[in-house]
Design a binder for this molecule. Structure first.
Ligand code: ZN
Length: 253
């Protein structure tokens, strides 16, 4: 399939199509390069920033499971996960426990750091930036997973931008944006077929979220689609990321 995709790209254009630029003309910009396989071996310490309980599992749970076999993974839950006060009392504690159970299934042993920002109403602040900067300073991750900057959920993109502003001044090597509510323009792909059962069981830990949506089908539907980027017929599920550097953050912070 990979070969045939490349062959498709190399297929001569049909009659009437726009011709290639002649020598001396600039190549018109268009299209997105195919994602390449993410080299997990270059991760040494990984921080995962999750706006709400379930985002970490849906967005990058398979990759977390692969990384946690070998290196330390630290999760940060930014909001309290109480459903903006619209869910029954005690929901925040319940969802934190669900996230803890999910991360344990994914192989994460470090306790999650809870920042308890308001769910549904996250607002960037010097206090938030200082707390996140301290976490990064203490843990010294070389990779950080962040929700996609253009995710549809306001908490997600606001937390992504605020995190990006902090990361801009860090010595982190890779920022890996992950997709939750909005598919992103992928630069890298990870085959998660071998840990799909782990990820499925981790999604099932989020029982509160599952009362409000079919997140199992949604997550694995997207992961199945993303497998198209992996050049293997055995691959059934994949996660994708938009990988950037702190230098890129200085342009968006
Ligand atoms: Zn969320």
């Amino acid at each position: 399939m990979w070969t045939s995709i490349k062959r498709l790209f190399a297929t001569p254009m049909a009659e009437g199509a726009t011709p290639s630029p002649q020598a001396g003309e600039s190549e018109p910009q268009g299209g997105t390069p195919l994602p390449v396989m993410l080299d997990l071996a270059s991760a040494r310490r990984v921080l995962v920033i999750a706006p709400h309980p379930d985002d970490e599992t849906m967005g990058c749970g398979g990759t977390i499971a692969l990384l946690a076999k070998h290196i330390e993974v630290q999760a940060v839950l930014v909001t309290n996960g109480d459903g903006a006060g619209e869910l029954p009392p005690g929901t925040s504690e319940t969802r934190k426990a669900e996230m803890t159970a999910a991360l344990q299934l994914l192989g994460v042993t470090r306790p999650t750091i809870f920042l308890d920002e308001p769910d549904g109403h996250f607002a960037d602040s010097p206090a938030f930036r200082a707390r996140l900067a301290k976490i990064i300073e203490d843990f010294q991750p070389n990779w950080v997973f962040v929700p996609w900057l253009l995710d549809s959920h306001p908490d997600h993109w606001r937390i992504a931008r605020a995190s990006c502003a902090v990361l801009a001044g860090s010595n982190v090597e890779k920022i890996l944006y992950y997709e939750i509510w909005t598919p992103l323009p992928a630069t890298h792909v990870v085959d998660i077929t071998s840990v799909a059962d782990q990820k499925r069981n981790a999604v099932l830990c989020h029982a509160t979220a599952l009362k409000y949506g079919n997140y199992v089908e949604a997550t694995f539907g997207l992961n199945a689609y993303r497998s198209i980027y992996v050049p293997s017929r055995e691959t059934r599920y994949a996660e994708v990321f938009a990988v950037r550097t702190p230098a890129d953050c200085t342009r968006t912070a």
